[in-house]
Design a protein around this ligand. Structure first.
Ligand code: NDP
Length: 246
């Protein structure tokens, strides 16, 4: 399908995992894409090469989501490189888990900065560029609404915050024809949560479909939400988690 011909998209954290799959899927659907990364310059460039091989424009920007100025500047640079902006995908995220007694102030601050503040700032900066048909899509988590295991409080808090933000922003931007939605992946095979990792069997045991999702599964839902077909969908959350929360 080519539902995004001529669209201009920014995907945060597009060098690996779910973000890389989203960047590629948006390009397959016709969009030009800027992706950000923190450290993985080579991997980001490899994704850009794949975007370009599809005949689309692709750019990689180093932009640490923990740095407010870098987040805001990244949106501005993306809009300048692409000649505007239609789609923002807030994907970059980190997982800091563990027992309550072991959380450091650095863990708490990093979780707040990357998983929440960066989403707020990028959305605010993107809103200045988005017009009728604009899209903001954030990546939440199946842990945002239901927490089925210990040791994930900080992460669950950060993703739950995005639900309220998504609903509020949908109200703020709806009159301008901009939709705002959130996608909640479950266990998805990436560096963050490998299907062969030591926590994997416990996760599979809780799922209706007891196997990990692929980053491409998440990307397909994001591409739908980015498309014109989804013009009446806003303020909504979408679980794509193998039924872990059923
Ligand atoms: P990965 O750890 O595999 O990839 C993370 C991506 O985000 C990389 O591109 C990384 O860039 C980027 N990133 C991380 N920190 C920063 C930062 N400070 N600044 C800029 N970019 C950053 O994660 P996933 O692909 O698994 O996760 C993507 C999203 O999906 C996250 O929001 C995560 O919370 C969410 N999610 C994942 C699930 C899973 O099971 N995998 C389940 C539910 C939600 P770099 O390569 O430079 O480090």
């Amino acid at each position: 399908m080519e539902r995004l011909i001529g669209k201009k998209a920014l995907v945060t954290g597009g060098s690996r995992g779910i973000g890389a799959a989203i960047a590629l899927r948006l390009a397959q659907e016709g969009a030009d894409v800027v992706l950000t990364y923190e450290r993985s310059q080579d991997k980001a460039q490899a994704v850009v090469s794949q975007v370009e091989a599809l005949g689309r424009k692709g750019f990689a920007l180093a932009a640490d989501s923990a740095d407010p100025e870098a987040v805001k500047a990244g949106v501005g640079k993306a809009a300048a490189l692409l000649g505007g902006l239609d789609i923002l995908v807030n994907n970059a995220g980190i997982f800091r888990g563990g027992p309550v007694a072991e959380w450091s102030l650095a863990d708490i601050d990093a979780t707040l900065a990357v998983n929440i503040r960066a989403v707020v700032l990028a959305s605010q900066a993107a809103a200045a560029h988005l017009g009728e048909g604009g899209r903001i899509i954030s990546i939440g988590s199946c842990l945002a609404e239901r927490v089925i295991e210990p040791g994930v409080s900080l992460y669950a808090m950060s993703k739950a915050a995005l639900i309220g933000f998504t609903k509020g922003l949908a109200r703020d931007l709806g009159p301008r024809g901009v939709t705002v939605n959130i996608v909640h992946p479950g266990s998805t095979d990436t560096d963050m949560n490998p299907a062969a990792g030591e926590r994997a069997d416990a996760q599979r045991a809780k799922m209706a479909i007891p196997r990990y999702g692929k980053p491409e599964d998440i990307a397909g839902l994001v591409a739908y939400l980015a498309s014109e077909e989804a013009r009446f969908v806003t303020g909504a959350g979408f679980a794509i988690d193998g039924g872990v929360n059923t």
